[in-house]
Design a protein around this ligand. Structure first.
Ligand code: TRP
Length: 373
């Protein structure tokens, strides 16, 4: 069974990331781009080095642009449909690092409108509420209001709307259908929505009054939006956005992506320590059914969500390599490996929750709409 489906609204099956790259037409991230990152940032973040971010469009051009001391901005977003899990946090950790290392501002879009359109059960006030809640998880990474601009679509649409209508006029129903798989029964909100997600890519240029391309770090399923954004950029007089694509975070149950419909497949930033522990200890692994077999044959870290998380959360390259080789050789058993991971995740979550509490109630200081008033 090597069938898989990846769209902005659905990820199914075991994802072949190389095939997907080929299908979308983005480029693999190579040592050439990483050495440019090292040149300007002084180091390469583990999430780049370890291939979690693995593909891009024009990331090399953007780095060259940076080398010429020209302005650019970072842009990413989230569809606020419920609590944030630590899989969502991973790309945002890289986002914060990029913002710090390159000294650039971040535009963060909370698409309460998209989630309202997409989910028949979702109430608009609920989605907007989640936008505020989720914003705390972003701010808690340590952003200051001068570096992070949060856009909640139904609250902060004013600067976006004139750009969105220009974008919408350039995209035909035919193109939208082919790009997103819309059908005759898709509501027209969802059909217009891509122009808003694309508009943010052009917003920094409008706000600054000079060419200011964006770099968009995000999961590869968002590529359809930005392929279209790049198609319409020229004719609208905006710079083409650059993108940096990650793989998906493996679900604790072993699927390619965590799913909101199975709460045990992911660790939420709001889960208690007890719950986190239970989820990690119950997780699927690449290990053998018995300790004896594990010692004899070793495990398979490639398919193991526990190893995947060590890779994402441990900055120490040596330690991650050790987990991998000790798993393969059978010296490391799943129980010990899970205990070690629980410690790492607990540490991350403890710090995160402290920060989150500190910034509670302060989302408006970061909202673009409130700043522009
Ligand atoms: N559509 C995205 C989602 O459902 C949210 C989003 C808006 C986004 N703008 C973005 C994601 C830019 C990545 C980059 O999650």
């Amino acid at each position: 069974m090597d069938e898989f489906v990846v769209t902005p609204w659905e990820v199914r099956g075991r994802v072949d990331y190389q095939k997907l790259l080929h299908h979308f037409g983005a480029k693999p991230l190579t040592p050439a781009e990483l050495s440019l990152v090292e040149k300007y940032a002084g180091e390469v973040h583990p999430l780049l080095k370890r291939g979690f971010f693995y593909a891009h469009r024009d990331f090399d051009l953007l780095l060259k642009w940076h080398g010429e001391s020209r302005p650019w901005a970072l842009y990413t977003g989230r569809g606020p449909s419920g609590p944030v899990h630590i899989g969502h946090m991973v790309p945002w950790i890289l986002l914060k690092w990029l913002s710090d290392k390159f000294g650039v501002e971040v535009y963060f879009q909370m698409t309460d409108d998209e989630k309202f359109f997409d989910d028949p059960e979702m109430e608009l006030a609920k989605a907007t509420g989640w936008a505020y809640e989720n914003a705390l998880d972003v701010i808690a990474l340590g952003f200051t209001p001068d570096k992070l601009h949060i856009i909640i679509d139904t609250k902060d649409v004013e600067p976006l709307y004139p750009i969105a209508v220009k974008v919408a006029k350039k995209i035909t129903w035919n193109t939208a259908k082919a790009t997103f798989g819309f059908s005759d029964s898709t509501n027209i909100g969802l059909i217009f929505y891509p122009s808003l997600q694309i508009a943010v890519a052009f917003l920094p240029t409008e706000l600054r009054g000079e060419t200011t391309p964006v770099l968009i770090p995000c999961a590869i399923d968002q590529d359809p939006y930005f392929r279209l954004a790049r198609d319409v950029a020229d004719v609208l007089g905006y710079p083409k956005p650059a993108t940096l694509y990650s793989k998906f975070i493996m679900s604790l149950t072993g699927e390619s992506k965590m799913s909101a419909s199975n709460p045990d497949s992911a660790i939420y930033t709001t889960d208690s320590e007890k719950v986190v522990k239970r989820k990690i200890y119950n997780a699927f692994t690449g290990g053998r059914p018995t300790a004896e077999e594990q010692r004899k044959y070793g495990g398979d870290p490639e398919i193991c969500p526990i190893f995947h998380y060590h890779m994402l959360f441990d900055p120490d390259d040596g330690a991650v390599e050790r987990v991998k080789s000790d798993c393969k050789s059978g010296t490391l058993l799943c129980g010990e490996c899970k205990a070690a991971l629980f410690e790492k995740v607990r540490e991350f979550l403890t710090r995160h929750r402290e920060m989150r509490e500190k910034v509670a109630g302060r989302v408006d200081e970061y909202r673009l709409g409130a700043k522009l008033q």
